[in-house]
Design a protein around this ligand. Structure first.
Ligand code: ZN
Length: 372
């Protein structure tokens, strides 16, 4: 077969690439961190491709891909794709997925069942991991079980996936580009403390304090994930203590990846709202280019107050995990339980008491030092 041609093109989520032959689209490359990386990713898949000028049909396809990524509901289902480089099973998965239109989602398991292979969800996931046609074959519309975002192999990872879904649901106008803006910590009100990665964490599995399970817990932590994330929140709390702020730290996690960090800054910033959770939520929302953090988890070392509980609910956080209880202002059951109020909360499950003794010791140590 003749070598394909390719070109780069700009979209609302960054610069993409498309490759074609004389009858169909051979490859579409989602944005990587920069255009050189996008080109390199395409050439890694198509080493024989060479730069070219797109013919009319490809220009039309580019126009429609751009439209989709600006929020225009176009299923792109009629664009011709070249199947020569995919396996028969991959082709089945991709052709089925093209029936899932903008704004809809499905799951790996549902695709497997639809293809008559229930139990092949992992094989579906592998096929989507090498999908050469995103977003024409819309692998961003495939979620893991339980509404979790699942994986995404394109640049920007799962943040890009959630960004694309958000565009389809709400339009692209107000959203930032999480790929070009792939760093955390551009929030002016939060400033430098979220810019740097958290101190290296030495995740000690099995080191966790006994956890008391809060109301609404949706799973028992059997893989150390909650403890690993809480370690990051603890490291942030220690940075607050170093600045003479009440040591509370928080991270927002999207499919296992930390996408927002914060620690308490109320004194230094003269800001009564600068709680760790608020700062972490702001950073995560900027990172995703979306005020809703659907599917995300928030980890915080101290039971959230009423303000933060409200913000967590506004953000549609899927799951809240906190460490120590706060008998003075805790809004997850210690003083009030805003998450048990079904008229307010439909989204957030809560698990409390994770590494509670360590989280609490940081606070009590801080106040003991202050008294001296
Ligand atoms: Zn708070």
């Amino acid at each position: 077969m003749p070598a394909p041609s390719f070109c780069l093109f700009d979209t609302a989520i960054g610069r993409m690439a498309i490759a074609w032959n004389d009858h169909a689209i051979v490859h579409v490359q989602l944005p990587e961190a920069d255009p050189d990386a996008t080109r390199a990713s395409l050439l890694a898949r198509l080493p024989d491709a060479h730069a070219g000028t797109p013919p009319q049909e490809i220009r039309a396809a580019i126009h429609r891909i751009r439209g989709l990524l600006r929020g225009r509901p176009d299923d792109l289902a009629d664009l011709p794709l070249d199947w020569d480089r995919v396996t028969p099973f991959e082709r089945q998965v991709y052709e089925f997925l093209r029936t899932i239109g903008p704004g809809q989602t499905t799951t790996y398991g549902a695709i497997a069942s639809a293809l008559g292979r229930p139990g092949a969800a992992r094989a579906v996931g592998r096929a989507l991991g090498v999908n050469p046609f995103a977003p024409i074959v819309p692998c961003h519309r495939v979620l893991a079980a339980g509404g979790r975002p699942g994986g995404f192999s394109a640049g920007g990872g799962v943040a890009t996936k959630l960004h694309m879904l958000a565009i389809e649901k709400e339009g692209a106008d107000a959203t930032a580009n999480p790929v070009a803006d792939g760093r955390i910590g551009t929030d002016r009100s939060a400033g430098s403390q979220i810019g740097a990665p958290a101190a290296a964490t030495d995740v000690a599995r099995g080191h966790a304090e006994p956890a008391t399970t809060g109301a609404g817990d949706d799973r028992h932590d059997d893989d150390g994930h909650d403890e690993a994330m809480m370690e990051q929140a603890i490291a942030l709390a220690q940075r607050a203590a170093a600045r003479d702020e009440v040591p509370v730290g928080a991270v927002v996690v999207c499919d296992g990846e930390v996408i927002g960090r914060g620690f308490n800054r109320t004194v230094g910033r003269h800001d009564p709202t600068a709680h760790a959770e608020i700062i972490a939520l702001r950073a995560a929302a900027r990172r995703l280019g979306n005020h809703r953090l659907v599917g995300c988890e928030l980890y915080v070392t101290l039971e959230p107050c009423a303000m933060c509980a409200g913000a967590i609910q506004h953000a549609r956080i899927r799951r809240l995990v906190y460490g120590a209880a706060d008998p003075k202002t805790g809004a997850c059951g210690s003083v009030v339980d805003l998450f048990a109020e079904r008229r307010l909360n439909h989204h957030t499950k809560v698990r409390g008491g994770v590494m509670a003794a360590r989280c609490g010791a940081i606070l009590s140590g801080f106040f003991a030092l202050r008294r001296n």
